[in-house]
Design a protein around this ligand. Sequence first.
Ligand code: GLN
Length: 372
Amino acid sequence: MKAILYFEDGTYLMGESFGAEGEIIGEVVFNTSMTGYQEILTDPSYRGQLVTMTCPEIGNYGVNSEDVESEKVQAAGFIVKNYNEEYSNFRGEKSLAEYLKENGVIGIQRVDTRAITKKIREKGAMNGIISTVEFEVEKLAQKLKEAPSMEGLDLVKEVTTDKIYKWNKLNNEKKYNVVVYDFGVKQNILRILENLGCDLTVVPATTSAKEILELNPDGIFLSNGPGDPAAVDYAIKNIEQIISKVPVFGICLGHQLASLALGGETYKMKFGHRGGNQPVKDVNSGKIEITAQNHGFAVDADSLKDKGGEIKYINLNDNTVEGLTYKEKELLTVQHHPEASPGPHDSYHIFEEFIKMMEMRQNDKTQNTNSR
Ligand SMILES: NC(=O)CC[C@H](N)C(=O)O
């Protein structure tokens, strides 16, 4: 079936639809990962976005019930060069088109994804509309005009859990009681933390600092999530009150919210970083890691200078901040994704650093009790 992808700048591309039929507006972004389309589609941080894959062949290994980062497809729409209905993989359970249909998500294929990527790189991320039902460009332009921009949007409230739950999938020894602030958490983060011995309690984004501290956590995790961090003011206020009380670890949106809570600032990047090939340098050791990333906002390095924030990681493509440590605070935050999924595992050690922070705190406590 025919489909159109119309951009805010007045240009459009004709293609073919796969997946659901209908019409959807979102911010058009591009992802440079070669594999992992199912993890990308189910990552809650892609909420409200039309994701373009730069890899030209998509769908060839199907989808399965395991490679998910949340319960459903979260991206608003999917844009690819060449969709393969015939998939081949021993883990494949159904085709990507079937999966998108079940989730009510529109896919468009046979559009020039290289041209889309070049446009976004030159002009910046912009809103677009995919339609299989309306082809009059004036009408599509009008609809786009009325759509909000990503800046200022709180999308966390659309993806956070509505009640507290325990993530308990493994029968392993649990040494650390960790509370997870769910701003749109990716499940691979929960899998890794549990595997490292964390007893995980996942709480809604609006949970107060007081309620969290009453759970007596050994550590608090601030998750990734969609939208503009500056718009999630309730979370920023709560984070302000938990920092310094227990070890805190934040990834992506969690990193941005922690920086805002410390009085820093975030800004919208021109087109962001999304993919599995982003080089990040540890400024202290000089070591470089290839990382998975998915962010459209970033922390302004200068804004944290007099607030105790120290840059730990930078992106080597554009020198933007990718991670911070904070003087005299048990706080570690990274903009990139050490949980990968999809992507390289070079940064996995950052999870172990969080565990170490909690371990040291526990050791201190025992020593204090023994010396009394
Ligand atoms: N993956 C994330 O947590 C993304 C954070 C934020 N929504 C951004 O685009 O920068």
